[in-house]
Design a protein around this ligand. Structure first.
Ligand SMILES: Cc1cc2nc3c(=O)[nH]c(=O)nc-3n(C[C@H](O)[C@H](O)[C@H](O)COP(=O)(O)OP(=O)(O)OC[C@H]3O[C@@H](n4cnc5c(N)ncnc54)[C@H](O)[C@@H]3O)c2cc1C
Length: 402
């Protein structure tokens, strides 16, 4: 005998689970959201940047701490590339706790139900339905549903339990929140170099009264070092240490950034979303924008299939098809990232920065550059800037052919 029955059960009440729940509930689909923690939005592991399109989809400017319109990007030796125009907001730095809570609350207003401190213990998928055994503060509950959605983050239980495989690459990030950073209003700072963030970059992002200082990289680049070692290099030992002298730490977070959308994100009566599906951008690590975009792409068709209870694997193939475009675009972006950043040593990076710092290239970046879609700018640079022609060789396979 089952205790409850819902059209959809979403495991994970982060921003992606909340957004999906809202979209489904608005279509009169009954939704149960499960969150293993006792409160929403904690712990969070995020630099808190939400791109303009994603912000528009949830209309949560009240969660913004600082609008970001520009960036100061530094080469390993200190060559500065300064971009941005004050009248064009490129991204929003938000309070993730408020943002996550507000996204989930929107879904509750639309009719979704939320169980806190609750997580699935077992899942059984049959032709007709999904049975889930859930551990809740009120004891074990049995729930049936037509569809189970995994929006349970980078280490997704749903992904592991249903054997979906793993994302193509996983970056590890570490971030501390500080007061007293010597930055510039409305601009984020990015630092590069093999001693700070090999293959990637370190950041300092204004977030209201505080600044989020972080590094991200991959184990293949950092070897025996930890992200904490890299952060210490940036803040204590390195050439930029003077900027961090007055910093006082108020928070600390470590987390994974899964990037490279899974080959399959659907199975019979099951689908993965957000970090669980490996959807973070290979260039910025941003997962909220692409996670929302994925849901927007498929929501109408998915809702119709849920209402008709047409959830065999072949009926979910449309999701994979729609994701294919995003997969290809992420692969291109990864190719550009590798060519310009990840596969360049410090000497090569120095050369790249010298070209980026030229006024005509800065104009090109300001005109064509988009944090969320680096492909038009990257491809234009490879084609039009003679110094970058040799990089085109490195990038050609993934940029031009995928
Ligand atoms: C250092 C760092 C910086 C980042 N910076 C940015 C950034 O600036 N901008 C950006 O867009 N992205 C950023 N990201 C990525 C971003 O944090 C994620 O892409 C985003 O949070 C994904 O949302 P999600 O809902 O898929 O997963 P999550 O936010 O991880 O939410 C998953 C939810 O599921 C819950 N859960 C997990 N397992 C279970 C279970 N078994 N049962 C029930 N509940 C469960 C969790 O408690 C959590 O609430 C960053 C990541 C890191 C590590």
């Amino acid at each position: 005998m089952n205790d409850y029955d819902y059209d959809v059960v979403i495991v994970g009440a982060g921003p992606i689970g909340g957004y999906l729940a809202n979209k489904l509930a608005k279509k009169n689909i009954s939704v149960l959201l499960l969150e293993e923690h006792a409160e929403l939005g904690r712990p969070f592991q995020c630099a808190g940047l939400v791109n303009p399109k994603a912000m528009e989809s949830v209309n949560l400017k009240n969660t913004v701490l600082t609008p970001i319109w520009g960036a100061r990007i530094y080469s390993p030796e200190g060559t500065l590339v300064e971009i941005g125009q004050k009248n064009t907001i490129r991204t929003w730095s938000v309070c993730r706790k408020l943002f996550d809570e507000a996204v989930v609350n929107q879904s509750l207003k639309s009719g979704a139900e939320l169980w806190l401190s609750s997580k699935p213990k077992n899942i059984e998928i049959t032709e007709q339905k999904v049975n889930i055994i859930i551990d809740t503060p009120k004891g074990i509950k049995n729930v049936t549903t037509k569809l189970v959605c995994g929006a349970d983050g980078a280490h997704s239980w749903v992904r592991r339990t249903l054997r979906f495989g793993r994302p193509k690459e996983t970056m590890i990030g570490m971030q501390i929140e500080v007061t007293g950073y010597n930055g510039t209003e409305g601009k984020l700072d990015m630092y590069t170099g093999s001693d700070i963030s090999p293959g990637f970059f370190a950041w300092a992002i204004p977030s209201g009264e505080t600044t989020r200082i972080g590094v991200w990289s991959q184990t293949k680049y950092i070897g025996e070092k930890s992200c904490e070692d890299l952060l210490n290099e940036l803040m204590i030992n390195g050439k930029w240490s003077y900027r961090f002298k007055e910093c006082k730490e108020v928070g600390r977070f470590v987390g994974s950034v899964p990037s490279g959308i899974l080959k399959k994100t659907t199975a019979r009566r099951a689908a993965l979303f957000g970090d669980a599906a490996g959807i973070c951008k290979p260039t910025t690590g941003g997962g909220i924008g692409p996670g929302f975009a994925h849901i927007d792409m498929i929501i109408d068709e998915l809702s119709a299939k849920i209402k008709d209870n047409n959830l065999e694997i072949k009926n979910l193939a449309f999701i994979e098809k729609k994701l294919d475009k995003m997969r290809k675009s992420q692969n291109r972006a990864r190719g550009l990232r590798n060519a310009f950043l990840s596969q360049s040593n410090d000497k090569e990076l120095e050369e790249i920065f010298k070209v980026w710092a030229k006024p005509e290239v800065i104009s090109m970046i300001n005109e064509v550059g988009e944090i969320e879609n680096p492909i038009p700018l990257g491809t234009k640079m490879l084609k039009e800037i003679p110094e970058f022609r040799k990089l085109a060789g490195k990038a050609i396979k993934s940029v031009l052919w995928s």
